[in-house]
Design a protein around this ligand. Structure first.
Ligand SMILES: *[C@@H]1O[C@H](CO)[C@@H](O)[C@H](O)[C@H]1NC(C)=O
Ligand SMILES: *[C@@H]1O[C@H](CO)[C@@H](O)[C@H](O)[C@H]1NC(C)=O
Ligand SMILES: *[C@@H]1O[C@H](CO)[C@@H](O)[C@H](O)[C@H]1NC(C)=O
Ligand SMILES: *[C@@H]1O[C@H](CO)[C@@H](O)[C@H](O)[C@H]1NC(C)=O
Ligand SMILES: *[C@@H]1O[C@H](CO)[C@@H](O)[C@H](O)[C@H]1NC(C)=O
Length: 586
């Protein structure tokens, strides 16, 4: 008996030794780095037999076992595959985990598709992707590479504009022989390079090229919907479409100087006129109308500054257009400009804005200020950088899309529920506190991997009572039947949103009626195939997804009284969501 235990002990010690030893062996390279390159190896063709060569560990301390790779301290630090007829499109995000990469070169190959994303590659110094068939825009994340010294992208089919590179380290730069367009950004760094770095592009302009940029920057084909526009151009467009935006404010605060107003009208059709007008506003001491701020202690800007800001269209909705305004001070705000609210009295508007502008909660967007004139109503709120839930769910499909995982989606919906509970409590006397809940009105901020959702565009129902069909609640069964909205109408919208988040289908896409869409979704027999493939691919959480679907169906019940309250919904969400997973992620 004793002997048996002894043998057993020896065995344990032996296996421990083997275990420790193999652990040391695997420490010679980093699995995340190797795993990242496997999809690349298996999806690309080339003149080398990568499939045969890239096996086993890629690194042994400073030695590399894989062709085209260099290692330092067991990390992959260089990836150099030049002139080997490398063919195919790069797998999305495949370099994300090769954290210590300092040189990347695929020059003179046959690569097509988008340029690789280089997010997180903080040690990357040299990027040589010239002489391929890359198309699409230069990814914006390239301007965030802190150590980038050389970027060669010449001889491709790259489109879009040149991002504003301004890392001082950058000393070699070539984007010639592409199809880039728009102005060359006038950053100190980009000014360093000569014509040879930029020429042979279809639509580039500005220094050092000998081509002057037109006064209005040409539209950026890489970003649909988000055209960068100077306020002056916004004004021009508005004049052209006979809706008068910021220019009206200009006229307003010039109202004491009638002759200037006349002049302004005369010059409205020429671009210089508008720029001059914007200039006056700074000189005009007789201005009486200004923005109303909620935090009267510290107004961060005045109307002049706002008018001189450069504006970019963030989105056009049924209520109006939202702009991103970047002021000379660098401050950024979002400005919503209402359309067709001219019958609204100042008292009504101001009362409602003061009510909702004083609400503060982590899950609702903070209103900074608002502006009322007879023809112009603006709401200015904090700018949320990562866009809307709609964009995250439905835009940038295909290669390059970063999937929204299940955990993130549930966390966002919990944020939405918290924001709604707050609104339902703070505006409990209003018929429907939010009234316009939909994925375009949920704005997302990422801090690291964690997404925070904030609600926007709420509290407009009292201002729009006659046009309520423009709001998201306009699609609720009770509103369609001509009944009054209630807090439960928001709950219906929340249910639709839940369905959208788990299926990644656009509600009412293909001009379908939303309630038909909901009924269609409801009537399928809830097998797993209703869910978005992106979250289904995850191994965990299928049970929770089904529970979430059930909750969504309760929220979209045709009878408002049968829908749960927002407070109950949050409790259900917290029960459904297994906190074990969140610990794993965090
Ligand atoms: C990067 O590594 C992490 C952690 O191992 C993994 O979850 C993730 O899927 C990897 N990403 C890519 C693009 O390979
Ligand atoms: C690449 O392809 C061309 C044309 O097919 C061929 O001449 C050349 O030898 C190839 N190069 C390599 C490194 O395989
Ligand atoms: C891969 O190729 C390189 C260079 O040809 C060679 O030194 C290395 O041993 C090969 N590695 C494997 C795992 O076959
Ligand atoms: C690997 O190279 C780095 C940098 O050149 C050096 O600091 C390190 O000592 C080397 N490691 C080994 C095991 O040779
Ligand atoms: C940029 O690349 C083009 C095409 O390969 C080349 O002719 C030109 O000399 C390069 N310019 C600079 C400044 O390196």
């Amino acid at each position: 008996m004793r002997r048996v235990t002894k043998v057993y002990h020896v065995l344990v010690v032996l296996t421990m030794f083997v275990f420790v030893k193999s652990d040391v062996l695997t420490r010679e390279f980093y699995e995340d780095e190797r795993d990242a390159l496997i999809p690349f190896r298996d999806s690309m063709k080339s003149g080398l037999n990568l499939h045969g060569n890239w096996t086993g560990p890629p690194c042994r301390n400073n030695l590399s076992r894989w062709v085209g790779i260099a290692c330092t301290n067991s990390h992959i630090t260089r990836l150099t595959l030049e002139s080997i007829n490398l063919t195919g499109t790069l797998p999305a995000g495949f370099l994300q985990n090769v954290t210590f990469l300092s040189k990347l070169s695929f020059q003179n190959n046959l690569l097509t598709g988008n340029l690789p994303s280089l997010t997180n590659l903080m040690y990357l110094e040299s990027v040589f992707l010239s002489g391929n068939g890359f198309s699409g825009p230069i990814p914006l994340d390239y301007i965030n590479l802190p150590k980038l010294t050389a970027l060669e992208l010449q001889d491709n089919e790259i489109t879009g504009t040149i991002p504003s590179f301004d890392q001082n380290s950058l000393t070699t730069f070539n984007v010639s022989y592409n199809q880039l367009s728009g102005p060359i950004p006038d950053t100190k760094v980009l000014e360093r390079f000569s014509v040879g770095s930029y020429d042979h592009n279809s639509g580039l302009c500005g220094r050092p090229l000998d081509i002057q940029c037109p006064v209005s920057p040409p539209p950026d084909p890489s970003k649909h919907k988000k055209k960068a526009l100077k306020v002056g151009i916004v004004v021009l467009i508005a004049v052209a479409t006979a809706i008068i935006p910021f220019s009206v404010i200009l006229l307003l605060f010039c109202c004491h100087k009638k002759n200037q107003v006349k002049e302004a009208k005369k010059e409205e059709h020429s671009n210089e006129g508008i720029e001059k007008k914007a200039g006056w506003s700074t000189e005009d001491p007789g201005r009486t109308v200004d923005l109303e701020f909620f935090d009267k202690q510290k107004p961060v800007f005045d109307l002049d500054e706002l008018l001189r800001a450069s504006a970019e269209v963030l989105g056009k909705g049924s209520l109006g257009t939202t702009y991103k305004a970047t002021m000379e001070s660098g401050a950024i705000v979002a400005v919503k400009r209402f359309k067709e609210m001219n019958s609204l009295s100042k008292k009504e508007f101001v009362q409602q804005m003061q009510l909702i502008g004083n609400l503060k909660h982590p899950n609702i967007v903070e209103m900074t200020s608002f502006y009322y004139s007879k023809d112009e109503k603006l709401v200015i709120h904090e700018f949320i950088q990562d866009g809307s839930l709609f964009e995250l769910l439905h835009e940038s499909r295909g290669i390059g899309r970063i999937p929204l995982n299940w955990t993130t989606r549930v966390e966002m919906m919990k944020d939405v529920a918290k924001g709604l509970i707050f609104l339902h409590e703070s505006l409990s006397s209003q018929k429907v506190p939010h009234g316009n809940l939909k994925s375009t009105n949920i704005l997302i901020n990422f801090s690291g991997e964690t997404a925070h959702a904030k609600l926007t565009d709420f509290g407009y129902f009292p201002l729009l009572a006659s046009q309520k069909s423009k709001l998201a609640i306009g699609k609720c069964p009770e509103i369609m039947d001509g009944k009054k909205p209630t807090h439960k109408s928001d709950v219906y919208c929340f249910g639709v949103l839940l369905l959208e988040v788990i299926t990644r289908k656009v509600p009412g896409d293909n001009h379908e009626d939303l309630s038909d869409w909901v009924r269609g979704v409801v009537n399928t027999d809830w097998s797993m195939d209703i869910f978005d493939l992106e979250i289904l691919a995850e191994k965990e959480g299928h049970e929770e997804m089904l529970k979430m679907a059930k909750l969504a169906l309760e929220c979209t019940d045709i009878v408002p009284e049968r829908r749960p309250k927002m407070t109950q919904i949050l409790i259900r969400l917290e029960e459904i969501y297994d906190p074990k997973i969140s610990i794993e992620v965090g």
